[in-house]
Design a protein around this ligand. Structure first.
Ligand code: PEP
Length: 255
């Protein structure tokens, strides 16, 4: 099996002020040091980026990345309310979540915009986490693979073959996000192996390198079974990441 470093990222969504971020990092720090075999990241609201970066700047926390939950594809311009990749890099951000289903659902995020966001993130030096996944109805209609093929191929279309392996993908079935209804280990493995094969259609070498995470109601008690699957390289964790102890438990299960 390829040597891919496990990755666990906590997606805070629209939770935690800057003051709450400092408290969180204090609690997290009390539980460190971390086993460095697992990459750990916190995807925080824009307004908490500064606090998170500053609070994580001590030796034990070195290597814990701060990620944004979205960005604009242009480096600058007349886009009121938007934030660009170079701005995030300057703020100390190391990665960015792109195409989360909540942004697709509530903010009109399109595959077309993602086609530009992915290369822009990589170009600026951010590690993108591209989220894809089917709805409950699509799964019931047997359209899971069709949906994944469309989302993966569209979003990665303008990422060069050389950089394809640097992209992180999160398989997040919409029916599992925030519902407590986690995918079975077999469902996660099947979908993630399929996504890896899609990357392999463009580059077998990139398919070996690309890390593909599972996301959707991951908790400390179900994390290990899912992440033990051969193609599952870690987890994107929403609700359970709001508690540093449970995030670290999940990270420990990724070893
Ligand atoms: C997410 O927000 O990406 C997510 C997977 O949420 P939850 O873990 O709460 O289902």
């Amino acid at each position: 099996m390829a040597d891919r470093r496990p990755y666990v990222a906590g997606n805070w969504k629209m939770y935690k002020t800057a003051a709450e971020t400092r408290q969180y990092v204090d609690r997290l720090s009390a539980l460190l040091p971390l086993d460095r075999t697992v990459q750990l990241g916190l995807c925080v609201p824009y307004t908490s980026i500064h606090a998170a970066v500053a609070a994580l700047e001590h030796a034990d926390a070195a290597g814990i990345g701060v990620l944004a939950q979205n960005m604009h594809q242009e480096p600058e311009g007349a886009y009121t309310g938007e934030v660009s990749a170079p701005m995030l890099v300057e703020a100390g951000v190391s990665g960015v979540v792109l195409g989360h289903s909540e942004r697709r659902m509530y903010n009109g995020e399109t595959d077309r915009a993602l086609q530009e966001k992915l290369p822009a993130a990589l170009e600026a030096g951010l590690e993108p986490i591209l989220c894809v996944g089917e709805s409950e109805e699509e799964r019931a209609r047997g359209e899971t693979q069709r949906k994944l093929r469309h989302q993966v191929q569209e979003a990665l279309e303008r990422v060069s073959v050389e950089r394809l392996g640097e992209t992180v993908i999160a398989y997040e079935p919409i029916w599992a996000i925030g519902t407590g209804q986690v995918a079975t280990a077999d469902q996660a493995q099947e979908a993630i192996a399929f996504i890896r094969a899609l990357v392999g259609d463009r580059s077998p070498e990139a398919a070996e390198r690309v890390r593909i995470l599972y996301g959707g109601s991951v908790k400390p008690d179900n994390a290990r079974e899912i992440m033990d699957q051969p193609d599952v390289d870690g987890a994107l964790v929403g609700g359970a990441s709001l508690d540093p102890a449970s995030l670290l438990e999940i990270a420990a299960a990724a070893r």
